[in-house]
Design a protein around this ligand. Sequence first.
Ligand SMILES: [Zn+2]
Length: 62
Amino acid sequence: MRHRIEVRPVPVPEWVLHWPQCSCGWRGDILRTRPLAVDQADEHLTEHHPDDDVVQPALFDA
Ligand SMILES: [Zn+2]
């Protein structure tokens, strides 16, 4: 199974939260900053799917 991470923006008043999600169905915590969301996504990939083919999303380059 491939794991493609998407960090979705979650607008709240005067801020945008970041919600890491994976194409395998995994959903992370809604976090205050994108780096925190990316870190949690990395943990998901390394801890739960260390041997799978991981697609590095272009999103991370933004
Ligand atoms: Zn996954």
